[in-house]
Write a protein that binds this ligand. Structure first.
Ligand code: FAD
Length: 410
Protein backbone atom coordinates (compact mmCIF):
# COMPACT_ATOMS: atom_id res chain seq x y z
CA UNK A 1 0.00 0.00 0.00
CA UNK A 2 1.08 3.57 -0.63
CA UNK A 3 1.93 5.92 2.19
CA UNK A 4 -0.93 8.28 3.00
CA UNK A 5 -1.50 11.64 4.65
CA UNK A 6 -4.38 12.42 7.01
CA UNK A 7 -5.20 15.12 9.52
CA UNK A 8 -6.05 12.63 12.26
CA UNK A 9 -5.13 8.98 12.64
CA UNK A 10 -7.17 6.99 15.15
CA UNK A 11 -5.70 3.72 16.45
CA UNK A 12 -8.50 1.26 17.29
CA UNK A 13 -12.19 1.05 16.32
CA UNK A 14 -13.69 0.35 19.76
CA UNK A 15 -16.24 2.79 21.23
CA UNK A 16 -13.59 5.40 21.95
CA UNK A 17 -12.21 5.39 18.42
CA UNK A 18 -15.70 5.27 16.87
CA UNK A 19 -17.04 8.25 18.82
CA UNK A 20 -13.90 10.25 18.02
CA UNK A 21 -14.11 9.30 14.34
CA UNK A 22 -17.83 10.14 14.26
CA UNK A 23 -17.16 13.64 15.61
CA UNK A 24 -14.19 14.41 13.36
CA UNK A 25 -15.99 13.20 10.24
CA UNK A 26 -19.09 15.20 11.17
CA UNK A 27 -17.01 18.39 11.35
CA UNK A 28 -15.18 17.79 8.10
CA UNK A 29 -11.81 16.68 9.45
CA UNK A 30 -9.84 14.21 7.34
CA UNK A 31 -9.69 11.12 9.58
CA UNK A 32 -8.56 7.51 9.17
CA UNK A 33 -9.03 4.63 11.62
CA UNK A 34 -6.64 1.67 11.73
CA UNK A 35 -7.98 -1.44 13.47
CA UNK A 36 -5.95 -4.58 14.14
CA UNK A 37 -8.90 -6.99 14.12
CA UNK A 38 -11.64 -8.02 11.75
CA UNK A 39 -15.08 -7.12 13.16
CA UNK A 40 -17.13 -8.57 14.77
CA UNK A 41 -14.55 -9.45 17.43
CA UNK A 42 -15.04 -10.38 21.08
CA UNK A 43 -14.19 -7.76 23.67
CA UNK A 44 -15.31 -7.49 27.29
CA UNK A 45 -17.24 -4.45 28.62
CA UNK A 46 -20.86 -5.40 28.05
CA UNK A 47 -22.79 -3.12 30.35
CA UNK A 48 -22.92 0.61 29.72
CA UNK A 49 -23.73 3.66 31.84
CA UNK A 50 -26.37 6.27 30.91
CA UNK A 51 -23.72 8.99 30.65
CA UNK A 52 -22.27 7.47 27.46
CA UNK A 53 -25.63 7.79 25.66
CA UNK A 54 -24.98 11.54 25.36
CA UNK A 55 -21.72 10.82 23.56
CA UNK A 56 -23.29 8.49 20.99
CA UNK A 57 -26.12 10.98 20.54
CA UNK A 58 -23.76 13.90 19.94
CA UNK A 59 -22.06 12.10 17.06
CA UNK A 60 -25.34 10.75 15.63
CA UNK A 61 -24.55 7.12 16.45
CA UNK A 62 -27.51 6.52 18.74
CA UNK A 63 -30.07 5.77 16.02
CA UNK A 64 -28.11 2.89 14.48
CA UNK A 65 -27.70 1.37 17.95
CA UNK A 66 -31.41 1.73 18.68
CA UNK A 67 -32.25 -0.50 15.71
CA UNK A 68 -30.36 -3.43 17.27
CA UNK A 69 -32.81 -4.43 20.01
CA UNK A 70 -30.10 -4.67 22.67
CA UNK A 71 -31.26 -5.36 26.25
CA UNK A 72 -32.28 -2.12 27.95
CA UNK A 73 -30.51 -1.44 31.25
CA UNK A 74 -32.45 0.81 33.63
CA UNK A 75 -30.37 0.29 36.76
CA UNK A 76 -28.24 -2.24 38.57
CA UNK A 77 -28.64 -4.65 41.43
CA UNK A 78 -26.06 -5.62 44.03
CA UNK A 79 -26.60 -8.73 46.19
CA UNK A 80 -24.76 -9.87 49.29
CA UNK A 81 -26.35 -12.91 50.92
CA UNK A 82 -29.91 -11.83 51.74
CA UNK A 83 -29.12 -8.13 51.35
CA UNK A 84 -30.14 -6.38 48.16
CA UNK A 85 -29.20 -2.89 46.94
CA UNK A 86 -31.06 -1.83 43.84
CA UNK A 87 -30.42 1.36 41.89
CA UNK A 88 -32.91 2.79 39.43
CA UNK A 89 -31.40 5.29 36.98
CA UNK A 90 -34.67 7.25 36.85
CA UNK A 91 -34.09 8.14 40.51
CA UNK A 92 -30.81 9.99 40.37
CA UNK A 93 -29.53 13.42 41.39
CA UNK A 94 -28.16 14.50 38.00
CA UNK A 95 -30.41 15.02 35.02
CA UNK A 96 -29.68 12.85 32.01
CA UNK A 97 -30.46 9.50 30.47
CA UNK A 98 -32.19 7.03 32.76
CA UNK A 99 -31.41 4.02 30.61
CA UNK A 100 -28.70 2.48 28.53
CA UNK A 101 -27.84 -1.00 27.17
CA UNK A 102 -26.26 -4.31 28.17
CA UNK A 103 -25.18 -6.22 25.08
CA UNK A 104 -22.50 -8.36 23.41
CA UNK A 105 -19.76 -5.91 22.48
CA UNK A 106 -18.97 -7.77 19.25
CA UNK A 107 -22.40 -6.78 17.90
CA UNK A 108 -22.36 -3.32 19.44
CA UNK A 109 -18.96 -2.34 18.06
CA UNK A 110 -19.77 -3.83 14.63
CA UNK A 111 -22.92 -1.69 14.50
CA UNK A 112 -20.84 1.43 15.17
CA UNK A 113 -18.17 0.64 12.58
CA UNK A 114 -20.75 -0.37 9.93
CA UNK A 115 -22.46 2.98 10.37
CA UNK A 116 -19.21 4.94 10.17
CA UNK A 117 -18.15 3.06 7.04
CA UNK A 118 -21.59 3.77 5.54
CA UNK A 119 -20.94 7.48 6.14
CA UNK A 120 -17.60 7.27 4.36
CA UNK A 121 -15.18 7.10 7.30
CA UNK A 122 -12.07 5.19 6.27
CA UNK A 123 -11.57 2.25 8.65
CA UNK A 124 -8.72 -0.09 7.75
CA UNK A 125 -9.50 -3.44 9.42
CA UNK A 126 -6.87 -6.10 9.98
CA UNK A 127 -4.07 -3.57 9.96
CA UNK A 128 -1.87 -3.07 12.97
CA UNK A 129 0.04 -0.05 14.19
CA UNK A 130 3.56 -1.31 14.89
CA UNK A 131 5.63 1.85 15.26
CA UNK A 132 5.46 5.62 15.38
CA UNK A 133 7.88 8.52 15.08
CA UNK A 134 7.00 12.06 16.11
CA UNK A 135 8.61 15.19 14.64
CA UNK A 136 9.27 18.17 16.91
CA UNK A 137 6.16 19.95 15.57
CA UNK A 138 3.93 17.01 16.65
CA UNK A 139 3.33 15.56 13.19
CA UNK A 140 3.94 11.83 13.01
CA UNK A 141 4.83 8.90 10.78
CA UNK A 142 3.02 5.74 11.86
CA UNK A 143 4.09 2.33 10.59
CA UNK A 144 1.23 0.03 9.72
CA UNK A 145 1.44 -3.70 9.04
CA UNK A 146 -1.31 -5.27 6.93
CA UNK A 147 -2.53 -8.83 7.46
CA UNK A 148 -0.66 -9.81 4.29
CA UNK A 149 2.53 -8.64 6.02
CA UNK A 150 3.04 -5.45 3.96
CA UNK A 151 4.18 -2.23 5.63
CA UNK A 152 3.19 1.33 4.88
CA UNK A 153 3.23 4.69 6.64
CA UNK A 154 0.46 7.11 7.59
CA UNK A 155 1.58 10.72 8.00
CA UNK A 156 -0.74 12.51 10.44
CA UNK A 157 -1.03 15.90 12.09
CA UNK A 158 -2.52 14.25 15.14
CA UNK A 159 -2.97 10.74 16.57
CA UNK A 160 -5.77 9.59 18.86
CA UNK A 161 -4.65 6.38 20.53
CA UNK A 162 -7.89 4.50 21.21
CA UNK A 163 -6.24 1.08 21.15
CA UNK A 164 -7.76 -0.15 24.43
CA UNK A 165 -5.83 -3.01 26.01
CA UNK A 166 -3.42 -2.78 23.05
CA UNK A 167 -2.07 0.43 24.70
CA UNK A 168 -0.08 1.26 21.60
CA UNK A 169 1.40 4.68 22.47
CA UNK A 170 1.88 3.94 26.20
CA UNK A 171 4.00 0.95 25.10
CA UNK A 172 5.88 2.64 22.27
CA UNK A 173 6.54 5.85 24.22
CA UNK A 174 7.01 4.20 27.66
CA UNK A 175 4.14 6.11 29.27
CA UNK A 176 2.91 3.36 31.62
CA UNK A 177 2.98 3.99 35.34
CA UNK A 178 1.96 1.69 38.22
CA UNK A 179 -1.75 2.11 39.03
CA UNK A 180 -2.77 3.41 42.44
CA UNK A 181 -5.60 0.92 42.89
CA UNK A 182 -5.09 -2.62 44.15
CA UNK A 183 -5.04 -5.15 41.33
CA UNK A 184 -7.82 -7.61 40.50
CA UNK A 185 -8.30 -10.34 37.94
CA UNK A 186 -11.29 -11.80 36.17
CA UNK A 187 -12.55 -14.99 34.57
CA UNK A 188 -15.60 -14.91 32.29
CA UNK A 189 -17.61 -16.50 29.49
CA UNK A 190 -21.08 -16.48 27.91
CA UNK A 191 -23.81 -19.12 28.43
CA UNK A 192 -27.14 -19.95 26.86
CA UNK A 193 -29.38 -18.83 29.70
CA UNK A 194 -31.94 -21.65 29.36
CA UNK A 195 -33.31 -21.30 32.90
CA UNK A 196 -33.64 -17.53 32.74
CA UNK A 197 -36.66 -16.43 34.80
CA UNK A 198 -39.26 -14.29 33.07
CA UNK A 199 -39.46 -10.54 33.67
CA UNK A 200 -37.07 -8.28 35.50
CA UNK A 201 -35.41 -11.07 37.50
CA UNK A 202 -34.22 -12.62 34.25
CA UNK A 203 -32.97 -9.44 32.64
CA UNK A 204 -31.55 -7.42 35.54
CA UNK A 205 -27.80 -6.88 35.56
CA UNK A 206 -26.59 -8.13 38.93
CA UNK A 207 -23.40 -8.07 40.95
CA UNK A 208 -23.43 -10.95 43.43
CA UNK A 209 -20.94 -10.12 46.16
CA UNK A 210 -19.33 -13.22 47.65
CA UNK A 211 -16.67 -11.45 49.64
CA UNK A 212 -15.29 -7.93 49.97
CA UNK A 213 -12.96 -8.58 47.04
CA UNK A 214 -14.83 -11.23 45.10
CA UNK A 215 -17.99 -10.76 43.06
CA UNK A 216 -19.85 -12.38 40.21
CA UNK A 217 -21.39 -10.40 37.34
CA UNK A 218 -24.50 -11.62 35.57
CA UNK A 219 -25.36 -9.65 32.43
CA UNK A 220 -28.32 -11.04 30.47
CA UNK A 221 -28.51 -10.13 26.76
CA UNK A 222 -31.61 -9.80 24.59
CA UNK A 223 -30.41 -12.73 22.41
CA UNK A 224 -30.99 -15.25 25.26
CA UNK A 225 -27.31 -15.49 26.15
CA UNK A 226 -25.84 -14.21 29.40
CA UNK A 227 -22.38 -13.02 30.31
CA UNK A 228 -21.07 -14.39 33.61
CA UNK A 229 -17.76 -13.55 35.19
CA UNK A 230 -15.91 -13.29 38.47
CA UNK A 231 -13.66 -10.47 39.61
CA UNK A 232 -11.38 -11.26 42.54
CA UNK A 233 -7.82 -11.02 43.79
CA UNK A 234 -5.12 -12.80 41.79
CA UNK A 235 -4.44 -15.13 44.74
CA UNK A 236 -8.08 -16.13 45.04
CA UNK A 237 -8.30 -16.90 41.33
CA UNK A 238 -5.07 -18.91 41.51
CA UNK A 239 -6.48 -20.99 44.37
CA UNK A 240 -8.85 -22.68 41.86
CA UNK A 241 -7.07 -25.43 39.97
CA UNK A 242 -7.58 -27.08 36.59
CA UNK A 243 -8.50 -25.69 33.17
CA UNK A 244 -10.17 -22.31 32.86
CA UNK A 245 -13.49 -24.08 32.38
CA UNK A 246 -12.98 -26.18 35.52
CA UNK A 247 -11.98 -23.14 37.53
CA UNK A 248 -15.04 -21.11 36.52
CA UNK A 249 -17.31 -24.12 37.13
CA UNK A 250 -15.92 -24.47 40.67
CA UNK A 251 -16.28 -20.77 41.29
CA UNK A 252 -19.95 -20.81 40.24
CA UNK A 253 -20.66 -22.98 43.29
CA UNK A 254 -19.81 -19.97 45.45
CA UNK A 255 -22.99 -18.19 44.39
CA UNK A 256 -26.01 -19.51 46.29
CA UNK A 257 -28.21 -17.19 44.26
CA UNK A 258 -27.07 -18.16 40.73
CA UNK A 259 -25.60 -21.66 40.98
CA UNK A 260 -28.83 -23.48 40.08
CA UNK A 261 -29.48 -21.20 37.10
CA UNK A 262 -26.07 -21.70 35.50
CA UNK A 263 -24.71 -25.02 36.78
CA UNK A 264 -25.77 -27.11 33.76
CA UNK A 265 -25.21 -24.54 31.04
CA UNK A 266 -22.40 -25.11 28.54
CA UNK A 267 -19.90 -22.32 28.29
CA UNK A 268 -20.12 -20.83 24.81
CA UNK A 269 -16.35 -20.31 24.70
CA UNK A 270 -13.47 -21.27 26.91
CA UNK A 271 -13.44 -18.71 29.73
CA UNK A 272 -11.09 -15.79 29.32
CA UNK A 273 -8.80 -14.89 32.20
CA UNK A 274 -7.52 -11.32 32.49
CA UNK A 275 -5.06 -10.47 35.23
CA UNK A 276 -4.18 -7.15 36.82
CA UNK A 277 -6.82 -5.00 35.09
CA UNK A 278 -5.88 -1.62 36.43
CA UNK A 279 -3.76 0.56 34.10
CA UNK A 280 -2.40 4.08 34.37
CA UNK A 281 -0.15 6.45 32.42
CA UNK A 282 2.27 9.28 33.18
CA UNK A 283 0.41 11.66 30.85
CA UNK A 284 -2.80 11.66 28.82
CA UNK A 285 -1.53 13.73 25.88
CA UNK A 286 1.63 14.95 24.23
CA UNK A 287 2.60 17.04 21.23
CA UNK A 288 0.58 15.55 18.38
CA UNK A 289 -1.29 12.85 20.31
CA UNK A 290 -3.97 12.11 22.89
CA UNK A 291 -4.60 8.86 24.75
CA UNK A 292 -8.27 7.93 25.13
CA UNK A 293 -10.31 5.09 26.66
CA UNK A 294 -8.47 2.11 28.03
CA UNK A 295 -5.28 3.12 26.34
CA UNK A 296 -5.16 5.97 28.85
CA UNK A 297 -6.58 4.62 32.11
CA UNK A 298 -8.50 1.65 33.39
CA UNK A 299 -9.72 1.40 36.96
CA UNK A 300 -11.73 -1.75 37.58
CA UNK A 301 -14.79 -3.50 36.13
CA UNK A 302 -16.92 -3.03 39.25
CA UNK A 303 -18.97 0.01 38.19
CA UNK A 304 -19.01 -0.62 34.43
CA UNK A 305 -17.32 2.73 33.82
CA UNK A 306 -14.85 1.62 31.10
CA UNK A 307 -16.84 2.32 27.94
CA UNK A 308 -18.15 5.60 29.37
CA UNK A 309 -14.63 6.87 29.98
CA UNK A 310 -13.70 5.61 26.54
CA UNK A 311 -16.44 7.63 24.83
CA UNK A 312 -16.05 10.68 27.10
CA UNK A 313 -12.33 10.92 26.34
CA UNK A 314 -12.72 9.97 22.67
CA UNK A 315 -15.28 12.72 22.15
CA UNK A 316 -13.38 15.38 24.10
CA UNK A 317 -10.09 14.67 22.34
CA UNK A 318 -11.84 14.91 18.95
CA UNK A 319 -13.40 18.26 19.91
CA UNK A 320 -10.08 19.70 21.01
CA UNK A 321 -8.27 18.48 17.90
CA UNK A 322 -10.98 20.06 15.74
CA UNK A 323 -10.49 23.35 17.58
CA UNK A 324 -6.75 23.15 17.10
CA UNK A 325 -6.98 22.27 13.40
CA UNK A 326 -9.34 25.21 12.91
CA UNK A 327 -6.64 27.50 14.29
CA UNK A 328 -7.90 28.00 17.85
CA UNK A 329 -5.77 27.63 20.96
CA UNK A 330 -6.14 24.51 23.09
CA UNK A 331 -4.84 24.12 26.63
CA UNK A 332 -4.53 20.33 26.72
CA UNK A 333 -3.59 20.30 30.38
CA UNK A 334 -6.74 22.00 31.67
CA UNK A 335 -9.18 21.22 28.86
CA UNK A 336 -8.28 17.54 28.49
CA UNK A 337 -6.04 16.09 31.17
CA UNK A 338 -7.53 17.85 34.22
CA UNK A 339 -11.08 17.16 33.06
CA UNK A 340 -10.52 13.45 32.39
CA UNK A 341 -8.51 12.99 35.59
CA UNK A 342 -11.32 14.53 37.60
CA UNK A 343 -13.78 11.84 36.48
CA UNK A 344 -11.16 9.12 36.91
CA UNK A 345 -10.52 10.35 40.43
CA UNK A 346 -14.23 10.28 41.40
CA UNK A 347 -14.70 6.74 40.08
CA UNK A 348 -11.34 5.82 41.60
CA UNK A 349 -12.69 6.73 45.05
CA UNK A 350 -15.75 4.55 44.51
CA UNK A 351 -13.64 1.58 43.38
CA UNK A 352 -11.28 2.03 46.33
CA UNK A 353 -14.16 2.29 48.80
CA UNK A 354 -15.89 -0.70 47.24
CA UNK A 355 -12.91 -2.93 47.95
CA UNK A 356 -12.27 -1.30 51.37
CA UNK A 357 -15.82 -2.41 52.25
CA UNK A 358 -17.12 1.10 53.08
CA UNK A 359 -19.32 1.37 50.01
CA UNK A 360 -20.64 -2.14 50.60
CA UNK A 361 -21.58 -1.06 54.14
CA UNK A 362 -23.62 1.81 52.67
CA UNK A 363 -25.24 -0.43 50.05
CA UNK A 364 -26.10 -3.35 52.30
CA UNK A 365 -26.17 -2.24 55.94
CA UNK A 366 -27.50 1.28 55.90
CA UNK A 367 -31.10 2.34 55.66
CA UNK A 368 -29.92 4.89 53.12
CA UNK A 369 -32.05 7.99 52.91
CA UNK A 370 -33.59 8.48 49.45
CA UNK A 371 -31.71 11.72 48.72
CA UNK A 372 -28.34 10.08 49.40
CA UNK A 373 -29.36 7.13 47.28
CA UNK A 374 -30.21 9.48 44.38
CA UNK A 375 -26.79 11.09 44.71
CA UNK A 376 -24.95 7.76 44.71
CA UNK A 377 -27.13 6.56 41.82
CA UNK A 378 -26.01 9.55 39.71
CA UNK A 379 -22.40 8.45 40.18
CA UNK A 380 -23.29 4.87 39.26
CA UNK A 381 -24.94 6.25 36.10
CA UNK A 382 -21.62 7.88 35.15
CA UNK A 383 -22.42 11.55 35.98
CA UNK A 384 -19.12 12.06 37.79
CA UNK A 385 -18.48 15.65 36.70
CA UNK A 386 -21.55 17.14 38.42
CA UNK A 387 -20.25 19.13 41.39
CA UNK A 388 -23.78 19.88 42.62
CA UNK A 389 -23.72 16.27 43.80
CA UNK A 390 -22.01 15.99 47.21
CA UNK A 391 -21.16 12.38 46.38
CA UNK A 392 -19.11 13.77 43.48
CA UNK A 393 -17.73 16.93 45.07
CA UNK A 394 -16.63 15.29 48.32
CA UNK A 395 -15.90 11.86 46.86
CA UNK A 396 -12.60 11.59 48.74
CA UNK A 397 -14.12 11.35 52.18
CA UNK A 398 -17.91 11.21 52.06
CA UNK A 399 -18.18 7.44 51.55
CA UNK A 400 -15.95 6.59 54.48
CA UNK A 401 -17.68 9.15 56.70
CA UNK A 402 -21.13 7.79 55.91
CA UNK A 403 -20.04 4.15 56.29
CA UNK A 404 -18.46 4.93 59.66
CA UNK A 405 -21.67 6.62 60.83
CA UNK A 406 -23.70 3.57 59.72
CA UNK A 407 -21.34 1.22 61.60
CA UNK A 408 -21.69 3.36 64.74
CA UNK A 409 -25.45 3.32 64.37
CA UNK A 410 -25.63 7.11 64.02
P1 FAD B 1 -11.45 -1.33 23.01
O1 FAD B 1 -12.90 -1.52 23.05
O2 FAD B 1 -10.59 -2.35 23.67
O3 FAD B 1 -11.01 -1.12 21.50
C1 FAD B 1 -9.64 -0.97 21.17
C2 FAD B 1 -9.43 -1.46 19.75
O4 FAD B 1 -8.08 -1.17 19.39
C3 FAD B 1 -9.61 -2.96 19.60
O5 FAD B 1 -10.60 -3.25 18.66
C4 FAD B 1 -8.23 -3.48 19.20
O6 FAD B 1 -8.27 -4.55 18.28
C5 FAD B 1 -7.61 -2.24 18.59
N1 FAD B 1 -6.14 -2.26 18.63
C6 FAD B 1 -5.37 -2.64 19.68
N2 FAD B 1 -4.07 -2.57 19.34
C7 FAD B 1 -4.03 -2.11 18.07
C8 FAD B 1 -2.97 -1.83 17.16
N3 FAD B 1 -1.68 -2.02 17.48
N4 FAD B 1 -3.28 -1.38 15.92
C9 FAD B 1 -4.57 -1.21 15.55
N5 FAD B 1 -5.61 -1.47 16.38
C10 FAD B 1 -5.34 -1.90 17.61
N6 FAD B 1 -16.54 -1.47 30.64
C11 FAD B 1 -17.83 -1.12 30.70
O7 FAD B 1 -18.17 0.01 30.30
N7 FAD B 1 -18.77 -1.98 31.19
C12 FAD B 1 -18.45 -3.21 31.68
O8 FAD B 1 -19.33 -3.95 32.10
C13 FAD B 1 -17.07 -3.58 31.66
N8 FAD B 1 -16.70 -4.80 32.12
C14 FAD B 1 -15.37 -5.13 32.11
C15 FAD B 1 -14.97 -6.35 32.64
C16 FAD B 1 -13.62 -6.68 32.67
C17 FAD B 1 -13.19 -7.97 33.29
C18 FAD B 1 -12.65 -5.77 32.14
C19 FAD B 1 -11.19 -6.10 32.17
C20 FAD B 1 -13.05 -4.58 31.59
C21 FAD B 1 -14.40 -4.24 31.57
N9 FAD B 1 -14.83 -3.03 31.01
C22 FAD B 1 -16.15 -2.67 31.10
C23 FAD B 1 -13.89 -2.10 30.37
C24 FAD B 1 -14.00 -2.15 28.85
O9 FAD B 1 -13.57 -3.41 28.40
C25 FAD B 1 -13.13 -1.08 28.24
O10 FAD B 1 -13.10 0.06 29.05
C26 FAD B 1 -13.61 -0.62 26.86
O11 FAD B 1 -13.71 -1.69 25.98
C27 FAD B 1 -12.63 0.43 26.35
O12 FAD B 1 -13.00 0.84 25.05
P2 FAD B 1 -11.89 1.38 24.07
O13 FAD B 1 -12.61 1.91 22.90
O14 FAD B 1 -10.94 2.24 24.83
O15 FAD B 1 -11.03 0.08 23.70
Amino acid sequence: MLDTNVDVLIIGAGPSGCVAAGYLHKYGIDVKVVEKNKFPRFVIGESLLPRCMHHFEEVDLLDCLKTQDFEIKTGARFLRGHNVAEFDFSKKHTEGYDWTWQMPRADFDKTLTDELVRRGVGIQFEQEVVGVEFETDGTSKTQIKTKEGDDYVINAKFIIDASGHGRVLPRLLSLDKPPELSQHSSIFTHVNDNKRPKGKEGSFITFDVLDKECWLWVIPFSNGKTSIGYVCTNDFLDSFKGSKTERLRSMLKLSDYYYERFKDEDFLFEPWVLQNHSKSVTKLYGKGFALTGNSAEFLDPVFSSGVTFATESGLLSAKLITKKLKGQTVDWESEYSDYIKKGVSVFGSYVREWYSGHLQTIFFEGNTNPEIKRQICAVLAGYVWDDTNPFVKKHNRIIKTLATAIKMGV
